[in-house]
Design a binder for this molecule. Structure first.
Ligand code: NAP
Length: 289
């Protein structure tokens, strides 16, 4: 248990809603493991009050903040400085206090990368299927570009949105990395097994039985499936991947590592894999599993 005194640092989460967040379990466990006098609390920010919340946090010397739905884009206008990766992705989920104001970072994508590395999943030189074209899928496509994936097939219900992301990423890279497609056109994918990242909101609890593509023929093209969803811990997408003989992972480790990277930025420390394991167990306990 952290001893609270006059030197205790405060960190927290800005979002709406915040009551189901697992971030306090991540950061308060890290504070204990690292021996820091730091407490992390969720802050419910009413709609239209984000600017006031950030200014208030700054006035109170809140050391670091996470930002969640629906404020990851809006918060960009309230930071003093933006990390280049966050600027490219167009979303900020972490604020770090500096002398001038907050600096905005995106730790979701480095978090996903660290989670994949910890599971032994490779991106470099790989052909990758991405399902979805929302904020998370867009960020995943930039991550795949940064880590030199060989080809990205971006499948979405609304093809225009996939096309827009493809144009942005390809324009940034100066080459045709991302190919946009409609979901039902999966049979035009190359006849080989690939990594598939599920970045739609389909299958999120309580809709556990839903999946964006139901046909077994699609899963014949998947050797590894990574679902960004972590509620439930085994999604229908993961079940489909496994039924076709592939390996499947949920998004809880992505959440773990985005938190760990934020904590490292706030405190200028490194969190070891052993400590990450302890935090992961605390998260599962907080989830009741
Ligand atoms: P978003 O911007 O709202 O995008 C939602 C995506 O899901 C769009 O591609 C949308 O397709 C698709 N979709 C929704 N309903 C559909 C349906 N009935 N049929 C087909 N496609 C459908 O959401 P987001 O912010 O990108 O987040 C996506 C998921 O990632 C969420 O479930 C979130 O929980 C997860 N996530 C996890 C982490 C983590 O730490 N593990 C971090 C971030 C996000 P259209 O474009 O056609 O509407």
């Amino acid at each position: 248990m952290v001893k609270i005194d006059g030197k205790t640092m405060t960190c927290g989460l800005l979002g709406n809603p915040v009551e189901h967040t697992m971030s306090p379990a991540i950061h308060n466990t890290l504070a204990e493991l690292q021996g820091h006098s730091l407490v992390y609390v969720p802050f419910l920010v009413d709609h239209g009050k984000l600017g006031q919340a950030v200014a208030g946090a700054r006035a109170l010397h809140i050391k670091g903040l996470n930002v969640t739905v629906p404020y990851k884009t809006e918060v960009m206008q309230y930071v003093k400085e933006l990390d280049p990766l966050a600027q490219q992705i167009g979303a900020v989920n972490t604020l770090v206090e500096t002398e001038e104001g907050y600096k905005g970072y995106n730790t979701d994508m480095p978090g996903l990368y660290r989670a994949m590395v910890s599971e032994g999943i490779r991106i470099e030189e790989e052909k990758v299927i991405v399902l979805g074209a929302g904020g998370a899928a867009r960020a995943v496509c930039f991550l795949l570009a940064f880590h030199k994936a060989k080809q990205v097939y971006l499948l979405n219900r609304t093809v225009d949105k996939a096309q827009k992301i493809a144009e942005e990423v390809n324009g940034f890279l100066g080459k045709e990395l991302v190919v946009s497609m409609a979901l039902q056109d999966y049979d035009r994918l190359p006849d080989e097994k690939m990594l598939a990242i599920q970045a739609t909101s389909v299958g999120l609890a309580p809709h556990d039985d839903e999946v964006v593509i139901d046909e077994p023929a699609f899963y014949e093209k998947v050797h590894t499936g990574y679902d960004l969803i972590y509620r439930p811990l085994e999604t229908k997408f993961m079940k489909c991947v496994k039924a076709a003989g592939g390996a499947a992972y949920h998004g809880l480790k992505m959440l773990l590592y985005q938190g760990i990277i934020a904590y490292e930025l706030w405190n200028h420390v490194f969190v070891s894999e052993e400590q990450a394991e302890v935090v992961y167990e605390a998260m599962k306990e907080a989830m009741g599993i």
